[in-house]
Design a protein around this ligand. Sequence first.
Ligand code: SF4
Length: 187
Amino acid sequence: MDIRAVEAARLVDRLGRLVRSGESRQGINPAQWEALRFLARANRFSRTPAALADYLVSTRGTVSQTLIALESKGLVLRRQSSRDGRSVELELTPAGLEMLEDDPLIELARDLGKGSSDDGLTSTVEVLRDALRRALQRNGSRPFGVCQNCRYFRKNASGRGKHHCALIDEPLSERESDLICSEQQPA
Ligand code: SF4
């Protein structure tokens, strides 16, 4: 085993612990922060309790408790799906969006940016993405990748900036092309 890879794994683990300890100071526990981050990044097909549970590699029961806590804090709204009346859609409230402006993860992002050259940061992101891809494969988890990198993404199918999903047969806006999706399959 390459000793540098072992050291990198230790650093990722320690940084994760430090970020999580900062999260608890704001009255929002780590699982609640992860749910807020997911809802800010997920597209409209993926903002559901089931997709959130898959993304967090958690159980539906645990995620349900997390969502109840976030709703009671006024950070998340739950409503009937407009596409399927039997499903539930989740949405961040304005207070939930505001809370994310103080996300403790931003401090880590700043530290990473300060300590790296442009090329170094790009290489770091590539190495971490590759490690994540391997971990997801081993775990049998869905990738939750970005829409525009999906095999079903049809760029500008209905005009400039008006994209289309060939799997769900729904239009996609420019903004949605940058969001993550529970159905994403790498192109
Ligand atoms: S194109 Fe892929 S990622 Fe985008 S909405 Fe469709 S299935 Fe999801």
